[in-house]
Design a protein around this ligand. Sequence first.
Ligand code: CU
Length: 253
Amino acid sequence: MGRKAPLVHAVLAASTLLLVTGCASEDLPTFAMPARDVTNQAPRILSLWQGSWIAALAVGGLTWALILWPCIAYRRKRNHTGLPPQTRYNLPIEVFYTVVPFIMIAVFFYFTARDESEIQKVSANPDHTITVTGLQWSWQFTYDSDGGADATTTGTPAKPPTLYLPQGESVVFKLVSDDVVHSFWVPAFLYKLDVIPGQDNRFEITPKKIGTYVGKCAELCGKDHARMLFNVKIVSPEEFRAHVTEVKAEAAT
Ligand SMILES: [Cu+2]
């Protein structure tokens, strides 16, 4: 115990330090996340994910080392009979393995709570509000209605709809459902939020990277759940406005 504790402390301190000060997120692998910077929120989410993996790998590596080391160092020696010295009711060890997991959970909790409160902030006056309606089994997107005709795109399982988003302008998604619980998920945003009947779920992003992305429902919602797909196009603000006008004109005819 006497020589083990400083080693444990050193590894914990090193991984905490890495989490706190961090290598820059861009220098680290994405740990299977599909993208880095499609929205303004994505870098924060990615670095929380990377930090959690690094901490988990450090703890995992240390745990494996502490399992393997006594197996090898204290294996049964030739000509040895009887049991090795037995350790029980060792107060320092018991305090140690109670306190250390608590510290690990506290560190995870702190970073998660800090980032979650940032990610879930919704501004009072976003540039756009888009209502996303989950329906069995497709999606409906309504672009900010300004009192005039609504610009609404409705998909079907056979014909998934496309959601247009303007690069560099803030968008609040208002998630509604009239039937069952769905979940609005664009993997490239590194974020998803449930669509719950009767509950006003919102989140805000500013799209950053022009491109076409895929989206899907992430909550088993019935027979054709797997076909509840959509596309997301992040385009220039001009192109976005042109698209909304076009959708409105289509609705009017
Ligand atoms: Cu669904």
